[in-house]
Design a protein around this ligand. Sequence first.
Ligand SMILES: Nc1ncnc2c1ncn2[C@@H]1O[C@H](COP(=O)(O)OP(=O)(O)OP(=O)(O)O)[C@@H](O)[C@H]1O
Ligand SMILES: [Mg+2]
Length: 509
Amino acid sequence: MKSEEIVLTMRDISKNFPGVKALSHVDFTLRKGEIHALMGENGAGKSTLIKVLTGVEEFETGDIHIAGNDKCIVNRSPQEAQVNGISTVYQEVNLCPNLTVAENIFIGRAPRKLGGIDWRTMNARAKKVLQDLNIEVDVTKALENYSVAIQQMVAIARAVDISAKVLILDEPTASLDESEVEKLFDVMLALKKKGIGIIFVTHFLEQVYKVCDRITVLRNGTLVGEYEVEKLPRVQLVAKMMGKDFDDLASIKKPVEEGKQSKKQEVLLKAEKLASLGKIKPFDLAIHKGEVIGLSGLLGSGRSELARTLYGAERVDEGTLTVGGKKQSVKAPIDAMKAGMAFCPENRKDEGIIADLSVRENLIIALQAKRGMFKLISKEDQEKFTEEYIKILQIKTADMETPIKQLSGGNQQKVILGRWLLTHPEFLILDEPTRGIDVGTKTEIQKLVVKLAGEGMSVMFISSEIEEMVRTCSRMAILRDGVKVGEIEEADISQENIMKAIAGGDEHA
Ligand SMILES: Nc1ncnc2c1ncn2[C@@H]1O[C@H](COP(=O)(O)OP(=O)(O)OP(=O)(O)O)[C@@H](O)[C@H]1O
Ligand SMILES: [Mg+2]
Protein backbone atom coordinates (compact mmCIF):
# COMPACT_ATOMS: atom_id res chain seq x y z
CA MET A 1 0.00 0.00 0.00
CA LYS A 2 1.48 3.34 -1.01
CA SER A 3 1.26 5.83 1.79
CA GLU A 4 0.09 8.69 -0.43
CA GLU A 5 -3.06 6.74 -1.13
CA ILE A 6 -4.16 7.15 2.45
CA VAL A 7 -6.31 10.14 3.24
CA LEU A 8 -7.02 9.47 6.91
CA THR A 9 -5.27 7.58 9.68
CA MET A 10 -6.62 7.14 13.18
CA ARG A 11 -4.26 5.38 15.55
CA ASP A 12 -4.66 3.93 19.02
CA ILE A 13 -7.93 5.73 19.71
CA SER A 14 -9.47 5.17 23.15
CA LYS A 15 -12.62 6.64 24.59
CA ASN A 16 -14.39 5.78 27.82
CA PHE A 17 -17.81 6.70 29.02
CA PRO A 18 -18.73 6.12 32.68
CA GLY A 19 -18.79 2.36 33.00
CA VAL A 20 -18.24 1.69 29.28
CA LYS A 21 -15.07 1.27 27.26
CA ALA A 22 -16.57 2.61 24.05
CA LEU A 23 -13.26 2.47 22.14
CA SER A 24 -10.09 0.78 23.19
CA HIS A 25 -6.91 1.38 21.15
CA VAL A 26 -8.67 1.33 17.80
CA ASP A 27 -6.82 1.89 14.50
CA PHE A 28 -8.57 2.96 11.34
CA THR A 29 -7.30 3.99 7.91
CA LEU A 30 -9.15 5.37 4.94
CA ARG A 31 -7.79 5.49 1.39
CA LYS A 32 -8.42 8.08 -1.24
CA GLY A 33 -11.41 7.23 -3.37
CA GLU A 34 -12.57 4.23 -1.40
CA ILE A 35 -15.88 3.40 0.21
CA HIS A 36 -15.06 1.89 3.56
CA ALA A 37 -17.71 0.12 5.60
CA LEU A 38 -17.53 0.50 9.36
CA MET A 39 -19.31 -2.53 10.76
CA GLY A 40 -20.15 -3.93 14.16
CA GLU A 41 -23.03 -4.91 16.36
CA ASN A 42 -25.08 -2.38 18.26
CA GLY A 43 -22.85 -0.67 20.76
CA ALA A 44 -19.63 -1.80 19.07
CA GLY A 45 -18.37 1.78 18.95
CA LYS A 46 -19.00 2.84 15.34
CA SER A 47 -20.78 6.09 16.10
CA THR A 48 -18.30 6.87 18.84
CA LEU A 49 -15.37 6.47 16.46
CA ILE A 50 -17.08 8.88 14.11
CA LYS A 51 -17.83 11.33 16.89
CA VAL A 52 -14.19 11.29 17.92
CA LEU A 53 -13.18 11.95 14.34
CA THR A 54 -15.61 14.81 13.92
CA GLY A 55 -14.93 16.51 17.21
CA VAL A 56 -18.25 15.71 18.83
CA GLU A 57 -16.53 13.65 21.53
CA GLU A 58 -13.09 14.07 23.04
CA PHE A 59 -10.78 11.07 23.19
CA GLU A 60 -8.24 9.87 25.70
CA THR A 61 -5.47 8.25 23.69
CA GLY A 62 -4.43 8.19 20.08
CA ASP A 63 -3.95 10.52 17.17
CA ILE A 64 -5.53 11.45 13.88
CA HIS A 65 -3.70 12.31 10.65
CA ILE A 66 -5.18 13.66 7.49
CA ALA A 67 -3.53 13.84 4.06
CA GLY A 68 -2.04 17.23 3.23
CA ASN A 69 -1.42 18.09 6.87
CA ASP A 70 1.84 16.96 8.44
CA LYS A 71 0.71 17.50 11.98
CA CYS A 72 -1.77 15.46 13.99
CA ILE A 73 -5.15 17.04 13.95
CA VAL A 74 -7.44 17.34 16.90
CA ASN A 75 -10.95 18.30 15.97
CA ARG A 76 -12.69 20.06 18.79
CA SER A 77 -15.94 20.58 16.92
CA PRO A 78 -17.66 19.45 13.72
CA GLN A 79 -16.83 22.87 12.26
CA GLU A 80 -13.16 22.34 12.94
CA ALA A 81 -13.35 18.86 11.44
CA GLN A 82 -14.90 20.37 8.37
CA VAL A 83 -12.03 22.83 8.05
CA ASN A 84 -9.75 19.82 8.19
CA GLY A 85 -11.61 18.19 5.33
CA ILE A 86 -14.00 15.88 7.18
CA SER A 87 -17.77 16.11 6.85
CA THR A 88 -20.63 14.03 8.17
CA VAL A 89 -24.13 13.51 6.89
CA TYR A 90 -26.51 12.02 9.40
CA GLN A 91 -29.66 10.07 8.80
CA GLU A 92 -31.70 12.98 10.06
CA VAL A 93 -30.80 15.71 7.64
CA ASN A 94 -29.70 18.91 9.34
CA LEU A 95 -30.80 21.47 6.79
CA CYS A 96 -33.42 24.22 6.63
CA PRO A 97 -36.49 22.89 4.85
CA ASN A 98 -37.96 26.29 4.05
CA LEU A 99 -34.86 27.65 2.36
CA THR A 100 -34.14 26.86 -1.28
CA VAL A 101 -31.88 24.01 -2.30
CA ALA A 102 -29.20 26.50 -3.36
CA GLU A 103 -29.43 28.42 -0.10
CA ASN A 104 -29.03 25.19 1.82
CA ILE A 105 -25.90 24.31 -0.08
CA PHE A 106 -24.43 27.76 0.58
CA ILE A 107 -25.73 28.60 4.06
CA GLY A 108 -23.10 30.64 5.82
CA ARG A 109 -20.92 30.98 2.73
CA ALA A 110 -23.13 32.47 0.04
CA PRO A 111 -21.33 34.34 -2.73
CA ARG A 112 -21.84 38.07 -2.28
CA LYS A 113 -21.93 41.12 -4.39
CA LEU A 114 -22.49 44.74 -3.61
CA GLY A 115 -25.78 45.04 -1.74
CA GLY A 116 -26.14 41.42 -0.65
CA ILE A 117 -26.20 37.85 -1.80
CA ASP A 118 -25.29 37.13 -5.40
CA TRP A 119 -28.26 34.90 -6.13
CA ARG A 120 -27.37 34.26 -9.71
CA THR A 121 -23.89 32.98 -9.00
CA MET A 122 -25.13 31.02 -6.03
CA ASN A 123 -27.86 29.25 -8.00
CA ALA A 124 -25.51 28.50 -10.85
CA ARG A 125 -22.89 27.08 -8.51
CA ALA A 126 -25.46 25.02 -6.64
CA LYS A 127 -26.70 23.59 -9.89
CA LYS A 128 -23.18 22.65 -10.90
CA VAL A 129 -22.41 21.02 -7.56
CA LEU A 130 -25.51 18.85 -7.88
CA GLN A 131 -25.03 18.07 -11.53
CA ASP A 132 -21.55 16.79 -10.76
CA LEU A 133 -23.30 14.15 -8.66
CA ASN A 134 -26.00 13.50 -11.26
CA ILE A 135 -28.71 15.01 -9.11
CA GLU A 136 -31.33 16.88 -11.10
CA VAL A 137 -33.38 19.26 -8.97
CA ASP A 138 -34.60 22.83 -9.23
CA VAL A 139 -32.19 24.65 -6.93
CA THR A 140 -34.50 27.65 -6.56
CA LYS A 141 -37.26 25.58 -4.98
CA ALA A 142 -37.58 25.17 -1.23
CA LEU A 143 -35.87 22.05 0.03
CA GLU A 144 -39.06 20.82 1.70
CA ASN A 145 -40.53 20.08 -1.73
CA TYR A 146 -38.19 17.15 -2.07
CA SER A 147 -38.14 13.68 -0.53
CA VAL A 148 -35.93 12.76 2.41
CA ALA A 149 -33.67 10.97 -0.03
CA ILE A 150 -33.10 14.07 -2.15
CA GLN A 151 -32.64 16.18 0.96
CA GLN A 152 -29.99 13.79 2.10
CA MET A 153 -28.21 14.05 -1.22
CA VAL A 154 -28.34 17.84 -1.00
CA ALA A 155 -26.74 17.52 2.42
CA ILE A 156 -24.05 15.33 0.90
CA ALA A 157 -23.48 17.80 -1.93
CA ARG A 158 -23.11 20.58 0.58
CA ALA A 159 -20.72 18.58 2.72
CA VAL A 160 -18.38 17.63 -0.10
CA ASP A 161 -18.49 21.09 -1.59
CA ILE A 162 -17.23 22.48 1.70
CA SER A 163 -14.55 19.97 2.42
CA ALA A 164 -13.77 17.36 -0.08
CA LYS A 165 -11.52 14.79 1.55
CA VAL A 166 -13.52 12.56 3.85
CA LEU A 167 -17.26 12.04 3.89
CA ILE A 168 -18.95 10.10 6.67
CA LEU A 169 -22.36 8.54 6.17
CA ASP A 170 -23.78 7.09 9.41
CA GLU A 171 -26.71 4.80 8.51
CA PRO A 172 -27.86 7.00 5.63
CA THR A 173 -30.05 4.34 4.04
CA ALA A 174 -32.20 3.46 7.05
CA SER A 175 -35.21 5.44 5.84
CA LEU A 176 -34.75 5.16 2.08
CA ASP A 177 -36.60 2.84 -0.28
CA GLU A 178 -34.82 0.67 -2.78
CA SER A 179 -34.69 3.10 -5.69
CA GLU A 180 -33.54 5.88 -3.39
CA VAL A 181 -30.77 3.69 -2.08
CA GLU A 182 -29.68 3.06 -5.67
CA LYS A 183 -29.56 6.78 -6.29
CA LEU A 184 -27.54 7.34 -3.16
CA PHE A 185 -25.09 4.67 -4.30
CA ASP A 186 -24.72 6.50 -7.63
CA VAL A 187 -23.81 9.63 -5.74
CA MET A 188 -21.35 7.72 -3.57
CA LEU A 189 -19.69 6.22 -6.62
CA ALA A 190 -19.44 9.65 -8.24
CA LEU A 191 -17.71 10.96 -5.10
CA LYS A 192 -15.40 7.99 -5.06
CA LYS A 193 -14.32 8.84 -8.60
CA LYS A 194 -13.46 12.32 -7.41
CA GLY A 195 -11.08 10.76 -4.92
CA ILE A 196 -13.12 11.36 -1.80
CA GLY A 197 -12.82 8.74 0.93
CA ILE A 198 -16.18 7.65 2.27
CA ILE A 199 -16.85 6.01 5.62
CA PHE A 200 -20.13 4.16 5.40
CA VAL A 201 -21.99 2.83 8.43
CA THR A 202 -24.87 0.48 7.72
CA HIS A 203 -26.48 -2.65 9.09
CA PHE A 204 -27.44 -3.90 5.62
CA LEU A 205 -24.89 -6.46 4.54
CA GLU A 206 -25.94 -6.55 0.91
CA GLN A 207 -25.23 -2.83 0.64
CA VAL A 208 -21.72 -3.37 1.89
CA TYR A 209 -21.08 -6.00 -0.74
CA LYS A 210 -22.55 -3.81 -3.41
CA VAL A 211 -20.58 -0.59 -3.00
CA CYS A 212 -17.76 -0.98 -0.51
CA ASP A 213 -14.08 -1.65 -1.09
CA ARG A 214 -12.97 -2.43 2.42
CA ILE A 215 -14.51 -3.22 5.79
CA THR A 216 -13.37 -2.41 9.30
CA VAL A 217 -15.07 -4.47 11.97
CA LEU A 218 -15.40 -3.31 15.56
CA ARG A 219 -16.57 -5.38 18.45
CA ASN A 220 -17.10 -4.19 22.03
CA GLY A 221 -15.00 -1.12 21.39
CA THR A 222 -12.03 -3.00 19.96
CA LEU A 223 -10.79 -3.47 16.43
CA VAL A 224 -11.47 -6.96 15.08
CA GLY A 225 -9.79 -6.30 11.74
CA GLU A 226 -9.70 -4.59 8.39
CA TYR A 227 -10.62 -6.56 5.27
CA GLU A 228 -10.93 -6.28 1.51
CA VAL A 229 -14.59 -6.84 0.70
CA GLU A 230 -13.97 -9.53 -1.89
CA LYS A 231 -11.82 -11.51 0.50
CA LEU A 232 -14.38 -11.63 3.27
CA PRO A 233 -17.44 -13.77 2.59
CA ARG A 234 -20.66 -12.59 4.18
CA VAL A 235 -20.90 -15.33 6.79
CA GLN A 236 -17.36 -14.60 7.86
CA LEU A 237 -18.20 -10.95 8.28
CA VAL A 238 -21.19 -11.80 10.40
CA ALA A 239 -19.13 -14.18 12.47
CA LYS A 240 -16.50 -11.49 13.05
CA MET A 241 -19.09 -8.94 14.06
CA MET A 242 -20.60 -11.36 16.52
CA GLY A 243 -17.34 -12.78 17.76
CA LYS A 244 -18.68 -16.22 16.98
CA ASP A 245 -17.81 -19.18 14.84
CA PHE A 246 -19.53 -20.25 11.76
CA ASP A 247 -21.17 -23.28 13.30
CA ASP A 248 -22.70 -21.21 16.03
CA LEU A 249 -24.26 -19.08 13.39
CA ALA A 250 -25.64 -21.97 11.43
CA SER A 251 -27.48 -23.17 14.50
CA ILE A 252 -29.20 -19.85 15.11
CA LYS A 253 -31.79 -20.36 12.49
CA LYS A 254 -33.11 -23.66 13.69
CA PRO A 255 -35.17 -22.82 16.74
CA VAL A 256 -37.05 -20.24 14.73
CA GLU A 257 -37.85 -22.72 11.99
CA GLU A 258 -38.93 -25.36 14.44
CA GLY A 259 -41.08 -23.09 16.52
CA LYS A 260 -42.84 -21.74 13.51
CA GLN A 261 -46.16 -23.51 13.19
CA SER A 262 -49.38 -21.72 12.83
CA LYS A 263 -51.97 -23.21 15.08
CA LYS A 264 -55.17 -22.16 13.44
CA GLN A 265 -56.91 -21.19 16.59
CA GLU A 266 -59.74 -18.86 17.33
CA VAL A 267 -59.90 -15.46 15.71
CA LEU A 268 -58.69 -12.77 18.08
CA LEU A 269 -59.18 -9.73 15.96
CA LYS A 270 -61.19 -9.13 12.88
CA ALA A 271 -61.24 -6.10 10.65
CA GLU A 272 -64.07 -5.79 8.16
CA LYS A 273 -63.94 -3.14 5.46
CA LEU A 274 -61.81 -1.06 7.78
CA ALA A 275 -60.45 2.07 6.11
CA SER A 276 -58.73 5.34 6.80
CA LEU A 277 -59.39 7.60 3.87
CA GLY A 278 -56.36 8.71 1.94
CA LYS A 279 -54.16 6.28 3.85
CA ILE A 280 -55.52 2.79 3.54
CA LYS A 281 -58.41 1.50 1.41
CA PRO A 282 -61.06 -0.77 2.99
CA PHE A 283 -59.51 -4.08 3.99
CA ASP A 284 -60.59 -7.33 5.63
CA LEU A 285 -58.19 -9.07 7.94
CA ALA A 286 -58.55 -11.80 10.53
CA ILE A 287 -55.85 -12.37 13.09
CA HIS A 288 -55.81 -15.65 14.98
CA LYS A 289 -54.53 -16.31 18.44
CA GLY A 290 -50.89 -17.25 18.48
CA GLU A 291 -50.00 -16.40 14.93
CA VAL A 292 -47.40 -14.10 13.50
CA ILE A 293 -48.98 -12.24 10.67
CA GLY A 294 -46.55 -10.41 8.42
CA LEU A 295 -47.28 -7.24 6.49
CA SER A 296 -45.24 -6.85 3.38
CA GLY A 297 -45.07 -4.26 0.67
CA LEU A 298 -42.78 -1.55 -0.54
CA LEU A 299 -42.05 1.42 1.65
CA GLY A 300 -45.09 3.66 1.37
CA SER A 301 -47.43 0.83 0.39
CA GLY A 302 -49.50 1.36 3.52
CA ARG A 303 -48.02 -1.25 5.85
CA SER A 304 -47.64 1.09 8.80
CA GLU A 305 -50.95 2.79 8.03
CA LEU A 306 -52.83 -0.51 8.13
CA ALA A 307 -51.31 -1.30 11.49
CA ARG A 308 -51.93 2.20 12.79
CA THR A 309 -55.57 1.96 11.75
CA LEU A 310 -56.01 -1.19 13.85
CA TYR A 311 -54.38 0.56 16.76
CA GLY A 312 -56.45 3.72 16.65
CA ALA A 313 -53.50 5.86 15.70
CA GLU A 314 -55.05 6.60 12.33
CA ARG A 315 -58.63 7.85 12.03
CA VAL A 316 -61.05 5.08 11.05
CA ASP A 317 -63.50 6.31 8.45
CA GLU A 318 -65.27 3.09 7.58
CA GLY A 319 -65.69 -0.48 8.67
CA THR A 320 -65.70 -2.41 11.91
CA LEU A 321 -63.19 -3.93 14.24
CA THR A 322 -64.02 -6.92 16.41
CA VAL A 323 -61.72 -7.96 19.23
CA GLY A 324 -62.36 -11.22 21.06
CA GLY A 325 -65.85 -11.45 19.55
CA LYS A 326 -66.87 -7.98 20.70
CA LYS A 327 -67.21 -4.98 18.45
CA GLN A 328 -64.61 -2.51 19.51
CA SER A 329 -64.44 1.18 18.96
CA VAL A 330 -60.77 2.03 18.85
CA LYS A 331 -60.55 5.77 18.51
CA ALA A 332 -57.22 6.32 20.16
CA PRO A 333 -54.20 4.23 21.16
CA ILE A 334 -55.30 4.17 24.77
CA ASP A 335 -58.51 2.35 23.71
CA ALA A 336 -56.37 -0.13 21.83
CA MET A 337 -54.12 -0.64 24.83
CA LYS A 338 -57.12 -1.29 27.06
CA ALA A 339 -58.32 -3.83 24.49
CA GLY A 340 -55.04 -5.69 24.85
CA MET A 341 -53.09 -4.29 21.93
CA ALA A 342 -49.60 -2.82 21.84
CA PHE A 343 -47.78 -1.02 19.09
CA CYS A 344 -44.02 -0.75 18.84
CA PRO A 345 -43.55 2.07 16.32
CA GLU A 346 -41.00 2.29 13.58
CA ASN A 347 -39.82 5.78 14.27
CA ARG A 348 -38.10 5.52 17.61
CA LYS A 349 -36.84 9.13 17.60
CA ASP A 350 -40.25 10.78 17.21
CA GLU A 351 -42.64 8.26 18.70
CA GLY A 352 -40.43 6.11 20.84
CA ILE A 353 -37.78 7.14 23.28
CA ILE A 354 -37.98 9.85 25.89
CA ALA A 355 -34.40 10.97 25.58
CA ASP A 356 -33.72 12.35 29.03
CA LEU A 357 -35.36 9.60 31.01
CA SER A 358 -33.51 6.53 32.16
CA VAL A 359 -33.65 3.07 30.63
CA ARG A 360 -35.87 1.99 33.53
CA GLU A 361 -38.31 4.87 33.11
CA ASN A 362 -38.49 4.37 29.36
CA LEU A 363 -39.18 0.69 29.83
CA ILE A 364 -41.88 1.03 32.45
CA ILE A 365 -43.91 3.83 30.91
CA ALA A 366 -46.40 1.86 28.80
CA LEU A 367 -47.22 -0.58 31.57
CA GLN A 368 -47.78 2.33 33.93
CA ALA A 369 -50.08 4.04 31.42
CA LYS A 370 -52.05 0.84 30.98
CA ARG A 371 -52.52 0.37 34.70
CA GLY A 372 -53.50 3.99 35.16
CA MET A 373 -51.58 6.65 37.01
CA PHE A 374 -53.21 5.83 40.35
CA LYS A 375 -51.74 2.36 40.54
CA LEU A 376 -48.08 3.23 40.59
CA ILE A 377 -45.69 0.38 39.97
CA SER A 378 -43.39 0.06 42.96
CA LYS A 379 -39.74 0.95 42.51
CA GLU A 380 -38.91 -2.62 43.43
CA ASP A 381 -41.07 -4.04 40.66
CA GLN A 382 -39.74 -1.50 38.21
CA GLU A 383 -36.22 -2.60 38.94
CA LYS A 384 -37.13 -6.26 38.74
CA PHE A 385 -38.82 -5.82 35.35
CA THR A 386 -35.98 -3.72 34.01
CA GLU A 387 -33.35 -6.22 35.08
CA GLU A 388 -35.34 -8.98 33.45
CA TYR A 389 -35.70 -7.22 30.11
CA ILE A 390 -32.12 -6.00 30.01
CA LYS A 391 -31.24 -9.67 30.24
CA ILE A 392 -33.80 -11.04 27.78
CA LEU A 393 -33.06 -8.47 25.11
CA GLN A 394 -29.36 -8.19 25.92
CA ILE A 395 -29.58 -4.44 26.24
CA LYS A 396 -26.15 -2.90 26.50
CA THR A 397 -26.22 -0.16 29.10
CA ALA A 398 -23.98 0.90 31.97
CA ASP A 399 -26.97 0.41 34.29
CA MET A 400 -30.73 0.82 34.38
CA GLU A 401 -30.56 4.45 35.52
CA THR A 402 -28.51 5.53 32.49
CA PRO A 403 -30.38 8.11 30.36
CA ILE A 404 -31.60 6.29 27.29
CA LYS A 405 -30.03 8.85 24.96
CA GLN A 406 -26.62 7.54 25.97
CA LEU A 407 -27.38 4.10 24.55
CA SER A 408 -26.47 3.22 21.00
CA GLY A 409 -29.29 3.36 18.45
CA GLY A 410 -29.96 -0.36 18.38
CA ASN A 411 -30.01 -0.63 22.14
CA GLN A 412 -32.57 2.16 22.35
CA GLN A 413 -34.72 0.16 19.96
CA LYS A 414 -34.50 -2.84 22.25
CA VAL A 415 -35.72 -0.79 25.21
CA ILE A 416 -38.77 0.31 23.21
CA LEU A 417 -39.49 -3.26 22.27
CA GLY A 418 -39.18 -4.25 25.92
CA ARG A 419 -41.58 -1.47 26.88
CA TRP A 420 -44.37 -3.08 24.88
CA LEU A 421 -43.55 -6.67 25.73
CA LEU A 422 -43.81 -5.72 29.36
CA THR A 423 -47.49 -4.83 28.95
CA HIS A 424 -48.15 -8.48 28.04
CA PRO A 425 -50.44 -7.61 25.16
CA GLU A 426 -52.68 -10.14 23.48
CA PHE A 427 -51.92 -8.52 20.18
CA LEU A 428 -48.55 -6.92 19.52
CA ILE A 429 -47.78 -4.86 16.44
CA LEU A 430 -44.10 -4.59 15.62
CA ASP A 431 -43.27 -2.04 12.95
CA GLU A 432 -39.73 -2.69 11.70
CA PRO A 433 -38.61 -3.93 15.11
CA THR A 434 -35.18 -4.98 13.93
CA ARG A 435 -34.28 -1.99 11.80
CA GLY A 436 -30.91 -0.66 12.89
CA ILE A 437 -30.37 -3.75 14.99
CA ASP A 438 -27.35 -5.94 14.38
CA VAL A 439 -27.59 -9.43 12.97
CA GLY A 440 -27.10 -11.34 16.20
CA THR A 441 -29.74 -9.45 18.13
CA LYS A 442 -32.03 -9.56 15.14
CA THR A 443 -32.11 -13.32 15.34
CA GLU A 444 -32.73 -13.11 19.08
CA ILE A 445 -35.70 -10.84 18.50
CA GLN A 446 -37.08 -13.08 15.78
CA LYS A 447 -36.80 -16.05 18.10
CA LEU A 448 -38.51 -14.13 20.85
CA VAL A 449 -41.39 -13.20 18.55
CA VAL A 450 -41.92 -16.79 17.52
CA LYS A 451 -41.74 -17.89 21.14
CA LEU A 452 -44.29 -15.32 22.27
CA ALA A 453 -46.64 -16.44 19.52
CA GLY A 454 -46.10 -20.01 20.66
CA GLU A 455 -47.33 -18.92 24.06
CA GLY A 456 -50.52 -17.53 22.56
CA MET A 457 -49.72 -13.92 21.73
CA SER A 458 -50.78 -12.68 18.30
CA VAL A 459 -48.14 -10.65 16.55
CA MET A 460 -48.23 -8.41 13.53
CA PHE A 461 -44.78 -8.15 12.07
CA ILE A 462 -43.81 -5.45 9.59
CA SER A 463 -40.42 -5.61 7.97
CA SER A 464 -38.73 -4.62 4.74
CA GLU A 465 -36.46 -7.62 4.98
CA ILE A 466 -38.10 -10.47 3.21
CA GLU A 467 -35.77 -13.08 4.60
CA GLU A 468 -36.85 -12.06 8.06
CA MET A 469 -40.50 -12.43 7.11
CA VAL A 470 -39.95 -15.91 5.75
CA ARG A 471 -38.33 -16.95 8.99
CA THR A 472 -40.84 -15.42 11.34
CA CYS A 473 -44.32 -15.25 9.86
CA SER A 474 -47.01 -17.89 9.78
CA ARG A 475 -49.19 -15.93 7.39
CA MET A 476 -48.74 -12.77 5.40
CA ALA A 477 -50.78 -9.93 4.02
CA ILE A 478 -49.45 -8.01 1.04
CA LEU A 479 -50.00 -4.32 0.40
CA ARG A 480 -49.62 -2.19 -2.66
CA ASP A 481 -50.38 1.55 -2.85
CA GLY A 482 -52.63 1.58 0.19
CA VAL A 483 -54.56 -1.51 -0.87
CA LYS A 484 -54.38 -4.93 0.70
CA VAL A 485 -53.93 -7.05 -2.40
CA GLY A 486 -53.65 -10.54 -1.00
CA GLU A 487 -52.58 -13.00 1.63
CA ILE A 488 -50.01 -15.78 1.61
CA GLU A 489 -50.57 -18.92 3.66
CA GLU A 490 -47.72 -20.47 5.60
CA ALA A 491 -47.01 -23.26 3.15
CA ASP A 492 -46.54 -20.73 0.34
CA ILE A 493 -44.35 -18.27 2.19
CA SER A 494 -41.06 -17.98 0.34
CA GLN A 495 -38.87 -15.11 -0.74
CA GLU A 496 -39.91 -15.63 -4.30
CA ASN A 497 -43.64 -15.63 -3.62
CA ILE A 498 -43.44 -12.56 -1.45
CA MET A 499 -41.45 -10.65 -4.04
CA LYS A 500 -43.89 -11.64 -6.73
CA ALA A 501 -46.85 -10.55 -4.64
CA ILE A 502 -45.24 -7.22 -3.79
CA ALA A 503 -44.26 -6.59 -7.35
CA GLY A 504 -47.78 -7.31 -8.55
CA GLY A 505 -48.96 -8.44 -11.94
CA ASP A 506 -50.57 -11.59 -10.66
CA GLU A 507 -53.91 -10.70 -9.12
CA HIS A 508 -54.07 -13.94 -7.16
CA ALA A 509 -50.81 -13.28 -5.38
N1 LIG B 1 -22.79 9.76 25.58
C1 LIG B 1 -22.60 8.52 26.05
N2 LIG B 1 -22.57 8.28 27.37
C2 LIG B 1 -22.38 7.03 27.84
N3 LIG B 1 -22.19 5.94 27.09
C3 LIG B 1 -22.20 6.11 25.76
C4 LIG B 1 -22.43 7.40 25.16
N4 LIG B 1 -22.38 7.25 23.81
C5 LIG B 1 -22.17 5.94 23.58
N5 LIG B 1 -22.06 5.24 24.74
C6 LIG B 1 -21.80 3.79 24.87
O1 LIG B 1 -20.66 3.48 24.11
C7 LIG B 1 -20.82 2.22 23.44
C8 LIG B 1 -20.62 2.41 21.94
O2 LIG B 1 -21.74 3.12 21.40
P1 LIG B 1 -21.88 3.55 19.89
O3 LIG B 1 -23.02 4.52 19.82
O4 LIG B 1 -20.56 3.99 19.38
O5 LIG B 1 -22.30 2.17 19.19
P2 LIG B 1 -22.61 1.85 17.66
O6 LIG B 1 -21.58 0.89 17.21
O7 LIG B 1 -22.76 3.11 16.91
O8 LIG B 1 -24.01 1.08 17.80
P3 LIG B 1 -25.37 1.14 16.91
O9 LIG B 1 -25.20 0.18 15.79
O10 LIG B 1 -26.42 0.63 17.86
O11 LIG B 1 -25.60 2.55 16.48
C9 LIG B 1 -22.20 1.72 23.82
O12 LIG B 1 -22.06 0.79 24.86
C10 LIG B 1 -22.92 2.96 24.29
O13 LIG B 1 -23.90 2.65 25.25
MG1 LIG C 1 -24.46 4.13 15.95
